[in-house]
Design a binder for this molecule. Structure first.
Ligand code: HEC
Ligand code: HEC
Ligand SMILES: [Cu+2]
Length: 401
C-alpha cells in the first residue's frame, strides 16, 4: 500500500481522540473546581460575603480566548479529517453499492454482483452509493465510514482495508421494519485472491461475452461450432491450429498469448483456410476487458451454474419481508402460497387468482401489477434479476408447503 496514503481510520481517530481528550480534561477540571468551591465556600465557613471584587478583566479574557482557540482547533482538525474522507485516492477500485429494502448488493466493473463487499487489502475502494427506494445509510464502523444513501442523489464513500478480515457493514438509517436485517460484511482479502474471486462465477466470463457482442465479434465468429467468416469460438481453447505466420505455415496450440495476439494484431497469425480480413483491435480494450474476453474463450459458453433459490431469497432480501413459517411480515408468507387462492387488487379492481408459476413470476417481476389484499404495494422491483434467477425463486417458493 502507498505509505503516504492517509486511511479513513487515520483521518477520523486522531480527531476523535483530540476532541474526546479536551472534553475529558474540561469535564474533570470543571467538576473538580465545582466540588472544591462547594466545599471551600460552604455557608458554614463563610456565612456572609467577605469579598468586594465585582469583576476581573484578565480572567474574562482568558476564559473567552482559551475556549475560542480550543473550538477553532477542533474545527480545523475535524475539517481536514473530513476532507480526507471526501478525497478519494486516484487508483481506487470502483464498486457500486445498491441499497434497497432491506438488503445490499455490490456491483463491480466487470458486471459481477455480490451480496458481500469483497475488497483487496491495501487498495482504496470507491463506493458509489445508490438507493432503489428510500433513505439508507452506508456504515462500516471498522473503517469509520458512514454516508447517507439517498434515492436520486449521487453520493460516494471510500475506504481502504489494511488487514484481511471480515468487517460489519450496516444500514445506519431507520428505513422500515426490516432495517435491522440490512447487515452484510466487507470481506478484505489479499489482492491475488481478490483477482481470482472477481473473475469467478459468471462475472468475468459473462462480461467477456458481452464484449464480444458489443464489438461485433460474433458477426464473424460463432459460439456453436458453425463456420462463419472466421473460425468458431467453440472449443477454441487448447485446440491445435494451423496458421500462417509471415507466409510460413506452422501448427500451434491455442493458449493465452496466441489469443491475445490474434485479437490485437490478427494479421500476425492468420488461421489457414481463412482470409486475413479480421480488423485489428489493438487499443480497443483495457487489460481487464481483454482478460474477460480470454476468460470467456477459455471457459466457453458453458451454462452458468444453476442459481440456488433459497440462497437468492436470502441475498436479495426477500426473507426480510416474506416469512417461511406462515407468520405474516411486511409481505405475505411464502408458506403454502403455491397454488393457493390469493385475493389481489389489479388497477383498483379486486379479484381472486391462483398462485401458479405465472402469477409468482409476475409477482417477482412486476410486484405492483397485482397487489395482495391487506398489504402495502411496497415490494421493490428487482430489475437486476436474471430469468434463471427468477425461475429459481419461483421453485423455492413452490417448495414452501
Ligand atoms: C470481419 C470479421 C471479423 C470480426 C469482426 C472479428 N474477427 Fe476474429 N477472425 C476473423 C477471421 C476471418 C479470422 C481467421 C483469420 C485470422 O486468423 O486472421 C479470425 C481469427 C480470430 C481468432 C483466432 C481464431 C483461431 O481459431 O485461431 C480469434 C481469437 C479472434 N478472431 C477473435 C476475435 C475477437 C475477440 C473479435 C472481436 C473483438 C473478432 N475476432 C472480430 C474475422 C473477424
Ligand atoms: C420490502 C419488502 C419486500 C421485499 C424485499 C420483497 N417483497 Fe415480495 N412482497 C412484498 C409485499 C408487501 C407484497 C404484497 C403486496 C404486493 O403484492 O405487491 C409482496 C408480494 C410478493 C409475492 C406475491 C405473494 C402473494 O401472497 O401473492 C411474491 C411471490 C413475492 N412478493 C416474492 C418476492 C421475492 C421472490 C422477493 C425477493 C426477490 C421479494 N418478494 C422481496 C414485500 C416485499
Ligand atoms: Cu436501510
Amino acid at each position: 500500500m502507498n505509505p503516504l496514503l492517509v486511511t479513513t481510520t487515520q483521518a477520523v481517530d486522531p480527531v476523535f481522540m483530540f476532541i474526546f481528550g479536551i472534553c475529558l480534561v474540561l469535564l474533570v477540571g470543571i467538576t473538580a473546581t465545582m466540588v472544591f468551591f462547594v466545599i471551600r465556600y460552604h455557608r458554614s465557613r463563610a456565612p456572609r460575603p467577605t469579598s468586594q471584587a465585582d469583576g476581573n478583566l484578565w480572567l474574562e479574557i482568558i476564559w473567552t480566548a482559551v475556549p475560542v482557540v480550543l473550538v477553532l482547533a477542533m474545527f480545523y482538525y475535524g475539517w481536514s479529517g473530513y476532507l480526507t474522507l471526501r478525497d478519494v485516492p486516484k487508483d481506487a477500485l470502483p464498486v457500486t453499492a445498491t441499497a434497497r429494502m432491506w438488503s445490499w448488493s455490490f456491483t463491480y466493473l466487470n458486471g459481477k454482483e455480490s451480496p458481500k463487499l469483497y475488497v483487496p487489502v491495501g487498495r482504496p475502494v470507491r463506493v458509489e452509493l445508490v438507493s432503489k427506494d428510500v433513505l439508507h445509510g452506508f456504515y462500516i464502523p471498522a473503517f469509520r465510514v458512514k454516508r447517507d444513501v439517498v434515492p436520486g442523489m449521487k453520493n460516494y464513500a471510500w475506504f481502504v482495508a489494511t488487514r484481511p478480515g471480515s468487517y460489519d457493514l450496516f444500514c445506519s438509517q431507520y428505513c422500515g421494519v426490516g432495517h435491522s436485517k440490512m447487515i452484510t460484511t466487507v470481506e478484505a482479502v489479499p489482492p491475488a485472491e481478490f483477482t481470482v474471486w472477481l473473475k469467478q462465477g459468471g462475472g468475468g466470463a459473462q462480461a467477456g461475452k458481452e464484449l464480444l457482442e458489443k464489438h461485433g465479434c460474433l458477426g464473424c465468429h460463432s459460439l456453436d461450432g458453425s463456420i462463419k467468416v472466421g473460425p468458431s469460438f467453440k472449443g477454441i481453447w487448447g485446440r491445435s491450429e494451423t496458421v500462417l505466420t509471415a507466409g510460413k505455415e506452422h501448427t500451434l496450440t491455442v493458449d493465452e498469448p496466441y489469443l491475445r495476439r490474434s485479437i490485437l494484431e490478427p494479421q500476425a497469425d492468420v488461421v489457414k483456410g481463412f482470409p486475413p480480413i479480421m480488423p485489428p483491435f489493438a487499443g480497443t480494450f483495457t487489460n481487464e476487458e481483454l482478460a474477460a474476453i480470454i476468460d470467456f474463450l477459455r471457459a466457453g459458453p458453458a451454462a452458468p451454474p444453476k442459481p440456488d433459490g433459497a440462497q437468492l431469497a436470502q441475498e436479495k432480501g426477500c426473507r426480510a419481508c416474506h416469512s417461511l413459517d406462515g407468520s405474516p411480515g411486511v409481505g405475505p408468507t411464502f408458506k403454502g402460497l403455491y397454488n393457493s387462492q390469493v385475493k389481489v387488487k389489479m388497477g383498483g379492481v379486486a379479484l381472486t387468482v391462483t398462485a401458479d408459476d405465472a402469477y409468482l413470476r409476475e409477482s417477482i417481476r412486476l410486484p405492483a401489477a397485482k397487489v395482495v389484499e391487506g398489504f402495502q404495494p411496497i415490494m421493490p422491483t428487482f430489475a437486476d434479476l436474471r430469468d434463471d434467477q427468477v425461475e429459481a425463486l419461483v421453485e423455492f417458493i413452490e417448495e414452501q408447503r
